[in-house]
Design a protein around this ligand. Sequence first.
Ligand code: PCA
Length: 214
Amino acid sequence: MMKILITGFEPFGGEKINPAWEAVNSLPSKIDDIDIFKLQLPTVFRASGLKLFEAIDLLKPDVVICVGQAGGRFDFCVERIAINIDDGRIPDNNGHQPIDETIFKDGENAYFSTLPIKAIVEEVKKAGIPASVSNTAGTYVCNHIMYSLLYYITKNKLNIRGGFIHVPYIAQQVIGKKNTPFMELSTLTKALEISIRATRDHCVDIKVSGGKEC
Ligand code: PCA
């Protein structure tokens, strides 16, 4: 039996909902032979990481997938890399806005996702849902949590695969906003289910191009 811990963030930046949490919360508690544990994280530097570490220690999952909103992005974005820097465009939900601060002084400059990112993208696209590999998770709380997760796994030599997925706005968030991409909530939930199955089915990633020019 495989255990997956999947997280979504609280709303932030003036939004009333966070599609990441809405989609995570809509997942069933079991997918095939996989037990799904859902956790909402505060959109707050540091506190989000501490809450995640506690849940990892308690649950001892095989896989951790963190999910966040990336308003303005068109597709379901599977992140490749997290970097050791906090640089907030806006304050977090506790009013804290770090600028160019190192996340962990004894951490690497960056960590790569250990999810099968290419396999996830291919499987999600096969279901008719736009998806791609993203090469930056930004420098806000989402990059912070992805970095913290991979730092914690590495430092404690945990046998856990982990990574991060960014999702676009959902329909109700773009009412009155012009030229803003969105997906249906049910599409995001389906893409997460596919990502979970792809992670179970691919311990080693597939070799297909996910490259982009800048
Ligand atoms: N998205 C933000 C933080 C919380 C969220 O859902 C980000 O991309 O950093």
